[in-house]
Design a protein around this ligand. Structure first.
Ligand code: HXC
Length: 265
């Protein structure tokens, strides 16, 4: 039997999205609202968060909150619960990154990225537990290929995102019996984002990057939002502890060359 696709996958649900003042996480928050969820967004930026919330939906709420501060995160989650009721969806996406050789990086620089990406993810997911709908809640973190593939000049992000993958899997094991699912989405290179603007210095780099990806292109914010919509919805009800690559096949390795039209030997 063919079911009609229901775009309102999240009707009646409540979503909390961290790191959502711009970029991929803002697009995810907008997608959740468009699919029927009530949404709260948080971000470190006092200046940007009100406009971000307004762009999500008429009734979305926003609060300035640094994910490194457990007490503030807990306060924001409590506010979301008070306003909208039990939380069905938590998206942990706050991240920081810059390119630097390890020897050019102070211990504080390393710690800063680990604190935002890894400790921040722990804080958001850990503090959310008491406010979640149980059973039924779905938690989604944004990780990266750096978690499994070491990269030059990103020792901090590689270490932090590897930790995010393990936090995801450990919580999936511990919280599964409560009916709480915990997954992560691993974006490949995504165009039109601050992250890639920092990592891709010029057009030649972009061209050669695309030429080595199996699907021969960078992804879009919508690609990530769609995966996060699926993971947040009951359409993925039996999925937990998964790291879903949305990366055009990037993690498989260098796919340069043309195997479909190989040179004659
Ligand atoms: C070397 C640097 C540096 C650089 C900062 N530091 N930039 N070291 N090279 N380019 C050092 C500082 O000197 C300082 O160390 C320490 O890092 C903390 O810097 P602050 O500016 O005080 O920290 P903070 O204001 O918290 O800023 C955090 C940040 C910054 C990560 C450093 O870049 C930021 O706010 N980023 C948020 C936006 C962002 O990164 N967007 C991209 C996200 S997308 P000392 O020793 O001097 O005190 C993304 C995708 C991830 O991250 C994909 C891959 C994982």
């Amino acid at each position: 039997m063919t079911e009609t696709f229901n775009p309102q996958l999240l009707t009646g649900k409540v979503a909390f999205v961290a790191g959502a003042s711009s970029g991929i996480n803002l697009r995810i928050a907008q997608r959740y609202a468009a699919a029927g969820a009530k949404v709260m967004v948080i971000s470190r930026s006092e200046e940007k968060i009100a406009a971000a919330a307004a762009s999500v939906s008429d009734d979305a709420i926003g609060m300035a909150c640094d994910v490194r501060d457990y007490a503030k995160v807990a306060e924001a989650l409590a506010h979301c619960h008070d306003r909208f009721g039990e939380i069905d969806i938590v998206l942990s996406g706050a991240a920081g990154n810059f390119l630097s050789p390890a020897l050019g990086m102070s211990a504080n620089a390393f710690k800063t990225v680990v604190d935002i990406d890894l400790l921040g993810t722990f804080n958001v997911l850990h503090a959310s537990f008491q406010h979640l709908r149980k059973p039924g809640a779905s938690l989604v973190s944004i990780t990266a290929g750096q978690a499994v593939r070491p990269m030059m000049y990103q020792i901090h992000a590689c270490a932090a995102k590897a930790g995010v993958n393990q936090v995801t899997k450990c919580l999936a094991m511990e919280w599964g019996p409560a009916g709480v699912r915990v997954n992560a989405v691993s974006p490949g290179p995504i165009g039109d984002t601050e992250g890639m603007a920092r990592l891709a210095p010029n057009e030649d780099f972009v061209k050669s990057s695309k030429a080595r990806i199996p699907l021969r292109d960078w992804g879009t914010k919508d690609d990530i939002a769609d995966a996060c919509l699926w993971l947040a919805s009951d359409a993925s009800r039996y999925v937990t502890g998964a790291i879903i690559n949305v990366d055009g096949g990037s993690e498989l390795g260098d796919a340069g060359g043309d195997a479909l039209n190989p040179p004659k030997r």
